[in-house]
Design a protein around this ligand. Structure first.
Ligand code: SAM
Length: 342
């Protein structure tokens, strides 16, 4: 039984030392995934013991405390959020904040493998837009990138989401020598189905087997190549995230660029990230964190939790300093993206 009847009390909004309103919480509901994307995880990942995870009720409690402090957007991610057992009950309970108007958006980032099963239920819980990660339309390449994935399942999932009335945005990590020759095809395909495409530079997070210097493809190059063939017009569209968009005149669709490596996007950062063990990271690219699990388990009253949240936000850094270069053999951040929630 989740906490459907507990409504957030309105409290002072969370504002960080740089005057940024914290209005966006991303929650990694599990570190597990049914894929092993080569830039994200090593093949033999060790996952956390289940007892270390927050329960779904505890996740709801923390999310609700953030909603009370001005969070307007919640994104569930992972790992793969849809592999967490009973995750639909969490969507169901969080949907009360959409119904009450306290929350503008409840959404998720998914690899799409289980979307065919869950799309209509998600739509019923007020999920209106989702991000689906997809780096290639070539089934063999898809299998190589994800190690374990089945492209047809993902395409079927995207179709199911669209049929359920959910707007899908495709996220693709640009990988040197892997999908760089396919970015145009991905764009034409996505725009042909009315979906926007966001491209992401690979970030140095967690140890993986091949070096990231070999995978890193600056989006400035991708953009220049697209401009050889298409008219890209800067577009003011913003989702509150780090992407900067262009409208492609020939297709009518948007392409977003997330460029943490070549262009820092921190000045407007409004987000914090909760891991599945209740650790709050104030910045994707820094190690500093706060333990909210201790705060919620120490007392059933939320006073301690709110104090821990305030204290954490008072330490939110100005920005990250990712670097990928040949002199650094270690990633800038030791944890994998699947831990913090990409
Ligand atoms: N399983 C879900 C998915 O596939 O979207 C959610 C979690 S996944 C970690 C979120 C996003 O992070 C995916 O789009 C993935 O491609 C991206 N990602 C993972 N590792 C990354 C890295 N090192 N650099 C850039 N993006 C990364």
């Amino acid at each position: 039984m989740l906490l459907d009847d507990i409504k957030p009390l309105t409290r002072a909004p969370l504002v960080d030392p740089f005057g940024r309103d914290i209005s966006y919480l991303r929650i990694s509901v599990t570190d597990r995934c049914d894929f092993r994307c080569v830039y994200c995880m090593s093949e033999d990942m060790t996952f956390l013991p289940k007892r270390d995870l927050l329960t779904l009720e505890e996740i709801d409690r923390v999310a609700t405390a953030f909603v009370a402090r001005g969070t307007r957007k919640l994104r569930l991610t992972g790992g793969e959020p849809l592999v967490r057992r009973d995750v639909m009950s969490l969507f169901r309970s969080l949907s009360r904040h959409i119904t009450s108007g306290a929350l503008d958006e409840l959404t998720l980032t998914t690899n799409g493998s289980l979307l065919d099963r869950y799309a209509s239920e998600l739509a019923g819980y007020g999920v209106r837009r989702i991000n689906v990660s997809l780096d290639t339309l070539d089934p063999d390449k898809f299998r190589k990138i994800t190690r374990w994935g089945d492209l047809d399942k993902v395409l079927g999932g995207i179709e199911a989401a669209r049929k359920a009335g959910i707007r899908v945005k495709i996220n693709a990590v640009a990988l040197k020598g892997v999908n760089e020759d396919e970015i145009e095809d991905l764009m034409v395909w996505a725009h042909g189905l009315g979906m926007d495409l966001t491209l992401i530079e690979v970030m140095p997070m967690g140890e993986i087997e091949p070096g990231r210097i070999d995978q890193f493809l600056p989006l400035s190059i991708v953009r220049a190549r697209l401009m050889d063939k298409y008219s890209l017009v800067d577009d003011p569209y913003r989702t509150g995230g780090p992407a900067r968009y262009v409208r492609v005149k020939e297709t009518g669709g948007l392409v977003g660029f997330i460029t943490p490596m070549t262009h820092n996007f921190c000045e407007s950062c409004n987000r914090v990230r909760l891991t599945c063990t209740g650790t709050l990271y104030m910045c994707l690219g820094q190690e500093d964190a706060a333990d909210l699990r201790a705060a919620i388990r120490a007392s059933s009253d939320d006073a301690l939790l709110h104090r821990a949240m305030e204290e954490a936000i008072s330490r939110k850094p100005k920005g990250h300093d990712f670097v990928i270069d040949r002199r650094r053999s270690r990633p800038a951040v030791g944890r994998h993206m699947s831990v913090t929630g990409g």
